[in-house]
Unconditional design. Structure first.
Length: 559
């Protein structure tokens, strides 16, 4: 087990605040998603951090939906976010809030700034505002409408609210500094005219606040002590502070940390939406997606994701985290909790010729050697079985120790068997069946005369097998950092054509007839699998491979 990271710089800031008894430092955080998409593993890091800090310092954490853009927001996203946070193991209790809860108060804040001479109504359109804004090396220019009187601005802003003006015709801007080296302080837009039905307020409003204006004030209203954001908001912090100071209201402290970048995937909601809309994946919960719903459907556990977030910690500098670490955390958790079963996903039929045709016996198998309390189960054995096709070679190389003509191997929990014959398809020459003999004295997998074999194979009794479909997943992208697209290169062109392989039919031991959607298992020698939560049924079971048994991260650590 790797050592967990030491406390972060955020812990140091919070503990310094608590130690100096600053007003309002009984820790109160918030997780503030925008309900315009499904949460992904990067959001899981923020969820674990915000709720974790509140738990660690005996504080509170709010769930607040920053629903200020009705053009992209849907109730579906709200519900999925609620489900994801709960699934990860966190509870916001009675503290579920929405920026839309504060629309009236935010409007009053805007009026206060107008009266103070710190906001004005601008008639420039979006393109003109962009041109007047300037560049990183060139100062912006003041709008010709910047000098409007307080009374005129109050009148125009009221009429904006009343729906007198068409969409995009006027905006409310903060009056700060058009020459500021920080472009966010060059008279940012606070409100825009937008006739769009809101998922909570309906058609009550035709003006909506911008995120930068709503966010800090929502934090203040809720009494948030530490507003924890990702690093892209560092340049926005002066604006966050400016609004709160000018409004003369309670001032939370904004702290930024590096967002999660995970190899072989993307964290852009816009690009993930494109994958869904263009049909590259089957939906937001496709098990190849980095969304929490996709990871859940693939069989990841909340404990493994929380462990992963703990291990990567928080920092100020962006870096790429190897997806092998996430898979390692999943593997470690499932190794402890997942029952072992036998399944054959690329079947090759075997007939044991000296085993009685009318005989069937039940053999004892361990449910999980990591946890003896999980006990044993009984698996049927018969004359006809399936083994993995890759466990047989007609002309094996030197280091291949599995089944071959004339060679003896051990069947897990069963007997030694020896290959005595090979049956092939007459047209293709493909091996379609093996003939073997077994040694009745080796029941349980050991030989009383002390002879040894070099391979143990898993198997499934053919007449008792459960037929199922199995999906094997690989990385969604072929490049470790698919965000680094070359000029003219569409990121979708970097999709891995082998990210999904469907095997059907596969044969599973009959104990899996009782498996429910979401149940997780280790298929011996093959990896960890779960029952698909959407497509699987008792009549047509579907299993998704969660992760292979091969631990790339452990190999990297031994390096």
């Amino acid at each position: 087990m790797e050592q967990k990271p030491t406390k972060s710089f955020i812990h140091a800031i919070i503990e310094d605040d608590l130690g100096t008894n600053k007003p309002g430092t009984a820790v109160h955080t918030r997780f503030p998603p925008e309900p315009n998409g499904y949460l992904h593993i990067g959001h899981a890091k923020s969820i674990c951090l915000n709720f974790g800090l509140a738990r660690e310092y005996s504080g509170k954490c709010n769930l607040r939906f920053d629903d200020t853009n009705p053009t992209k927001e849907e109730v579906e996203y709200v519900q999925s976010i609620q489900e994801d946070v709960r699934w990860l193991g966190f509870d916001w209790e009675d503290r579920e809030f929405y920026a839309s809860d504060y629309f009236e108060k935010l409007y009053e804040f805007a009026v206060f700034l107008i009266r103070k001479g710190r906001a004005y109504v601008d008639d420039l359109n979006a393109d003109e505002i962009r041109q007047y804004r300037g560049t990183l090396t060139e100062a912006g220019r003041e709008s010709p409408f910047r000098g409007r009187s307080v009374d005129e601005n109050l009148d125009l802003f009221k009429r904006m609210r009343e729906g007198e003006f068409p969409d995009g015709s006027r905006v409310l801007r903060a009056k700060i500094d058009m020459a500021s080296p920080n472009l966010n302080l060059r008279d940012p837009v606070m409100y825009r005219v937008l006739r769009q039905t809101h998922h909570r307020t309906g058609d009550k409003w035709c003006i909506y606040p911008m995120y930068d204006f709503a966010h800090g004030q929502s934090d203040s209203i809720e009494g948030i002590t530490h507003s924890i954001c990702t690093m892209e908001f560092e340049d926005h912090r002066p604006l966050y502070d400016w609004f709160l100071d000018e409004l003369e209201i309670y001032h939370p402290r904004q702290i930024e940390f590096a967002r999660l970048n995970l190899s072989y995937t993307l964290m852009s909601k816009r690009k993930l939406l494109k994958l869904v809309e263009e049909g590259h994946v089957t939906g937001w919960d496709d098990p190849r997606m980095p969304t929490i719903s996709g990871l859940r459907r693939r069989g990841y556990t909340p404990e493994a994701i929380r462990d992963f977030c703990d291990r990567i910690g928080v920092a100020k500098r962006d870096s790429m985290v190897d997806i092998a670490l996430l898979e390692h955390c999943v593997r470690e958790d499932l190794n402890r909790r997942a029952p072992r079963v036998m399944a054959v996903i690329r079947p090759l039929r075997v007939v044991i010729e000296n085993y009685p045709e009318d005989q069937m016996e039940e053999l004892e198998a361990l449910n999980n050697p990591e946890d003896p309390q999980m006990g044993i189960r009984r698996v049927p054995f018969s004359r006809a079985i399936y083994i993995e096709r890759e466990d047989f070679m007609e002309d094996p190389p030197k280091k291949f120790f599995r089944l071959a003509p004339g060679r003896e191997v051990r069947l897990r929990y069963a007997y030694f068997v020896r290959c005595t014959g090979v049956i092939k398809d007459e047209k293709t020459g493909e091996v379609i069946e093996l003939r073997c003999t077994y040694d009745p004295a080796t029941r349980g997998g050991d030989s009383p005369d002390g002879r040894k074999v070099k391979a143990t194979l898993h198997w499934v009794s053919a007449p008792h097998a459960l037929k199922a479909k199995v999906r094997l997943y690989e990385h969604l992208f072929v490049r470790p950092d698919p965000s680094e697209s070359k000029e003219g290169e569409d990121f979708a062109s970097l999709l891995n054509p082998a990210s999904l392989e469907v095997l059907d039919p596969c044969y599973l031991e009959p104990s899996l007839e009782k498996a429910n959607q979401g149940d997780r298992y280790q298929f011996e020698r093959l990896g960890y699998f779960c029952v698909d939560s959407k497509d699987s049924s008792p009549e047509k079971p579907v299993f998704n491979r969660t992760v292979t048994l091969k631990d790339a991260w452990a190999k990297i650590q031994k390096g």
